[in-house]
Ligand binder design. Structure first.
Ligand code: SF4
Length: 351
């Protein structure tokens, strides 16, 4: 059968969870995206069920030593108001998250060296006393730092690869190195963290072929969690205005393909998707996703964590976000999962 046949490719993906570069490209370019989304939704139901894992996001510092051209937290952005939360404030937010019923905390910041190993280990161990699964998203660190976080009790680590296109990566991330980033991901995995990664879709200069390579890279790690974020232009960065119009659907397709290739992993319906489409996270949940990360940071700080503008739920309180998201989940006959939402690996050969 010809490769140019969506039914053939989708069947192959369901049976083997393996696709070649040409087949992935075909799915990305296909106009029959609804078929892809429906199949990804069925695969999601079969392997991870109807529960949606909520991860409470605490953005505890918007300082960053890096200077990524597309990001509002970049060190050369002097328009942004910077903040750092103290241990007490972080624990206070975590306690509230506990009260709202969250089982996982995601601690996120720019690459901020103020929080050295000692400070970070203290924050981690205090949060772990509250019986959370704990995810860190602090950027690139040394092996020793990752190891200390693991010893202190952190369970998971998010580090987006952003793009595996070496030339593009080095152009957009001055002073950073793709090999080093990949090395960080290997180290995180070696240390026994659940590893989360993902890409930004629609970066200036990115091609569909390079996105195909990104997908293959994510499967090769293999990741335990994935988040796909459409690129949203930030006027406070050197990047010129980019139209994000078609990026919602493109991001959704990439996410759905990842569900077919890695059927049992956790996949986020990302906030950036909902920034482009006001039903974005719900549509993503119906196209393969099973995780949402509601913001549990105080409203006074949320507005300063401005990687891109127009982010949803900036003025809402953490309790409002918690109630709102649960209602949205129930509206599509899904439910908020009551466990910590670890990656439950399925033996694909026995399926
Ligand atoms: S993308 Fe990450 S590392 Fe780069 S400037 Fe933004 S917060 Fe810092």
């Amino acid at each position: 059968m010809s490769i140019n046949n969506i039914k053939f490719i989708l069947n192959k993906a369901i049976q083997s969870h393996i696709l070649c570069e040409k087949e992935i490209l075909y799915l990305i370019q296909s106009k029959e995206s609804k078929k892809l989304f429906d199949i990804a939704n069925k695969v999601r139901l079969k392997y991870v069920g109807n529960g949606v894992h909520l991860r409470a996001l605490i953005e505890f510092s918007n300082y960053c030593k890096q200077n990524c051209l597309y990001c509002g937290l970049r060190s050369d952005n002097f328009k942004i108001i910077r903040y750092r939360l103290k241990l007490k404030e972080i624990i206070n937010l975590a306690n509230k998250a506990k009260y709202y019923g969250y089982k996982t905390i995601v601690l996120q910041s720019g690459e901020d060296n103020y929080y050295d190993i000692k400070k970070m280990s203290k924050i981690i161990s205090e949060i772990k006393k509250l019986d959370f699964a704990l995810t860190l998203s602090l950027g690139e660190k040394t092996f020793e730092e990752y190891k200390a976080y693991r010893v202190a009790g952190a369970d998971r680590y998010l580090l987006k690869i952003e793009t595996t296109d070496e030339i593009l990566y080095h152009k957009l991330n001055p002073g950073m190195n793709l090999k080093n980033r990949m090395n960080c991901i290997e180290n995180i995995k070696k240390l026994g963290f659940e590893i989360g990664s993902g890409i930004i879709v629609g970066l200036p200069g990115q091609t569909l072929k390079s996105i195909v390579k990104d997908i293959i890279y994510l499967k090769s790690i293999p990741v335990d969690m994935v988040g796909i974020g459409p690129f949203i232009y930030n006027p406070d960065t050197p990047i010129k205005n980019i139209n994000s119009k078609n990026l919602f659907e493109l991001s959704l397709k990439i996410m759905a393909i990842l569900r077919l290739l890695m059927p049992d992993i956790n996949i986020a319906a990302t906030t950036a998707m909902e920034t482009l489409n006001n039903r974005g996270r719900i549509i993503a949940l119906q196209s393969g996703a099973n995780v949402i990360m509601p913001n549990a940071t105080k409203a006074i700080y949320k507005k300063y964590y401005k990687i891109y503008p127009g982010k949803i739920c900036i003025d809402e309180s953490p309790v409002h976000c918690r109630i709102c998201i649960e209602n949205k989940i129930k509206s599509i006959k899904r439910y908020v999962s009551n466990d910590k939402g670890y990656h439950c690996k399925v033996n694909l050969l026995s399926q």
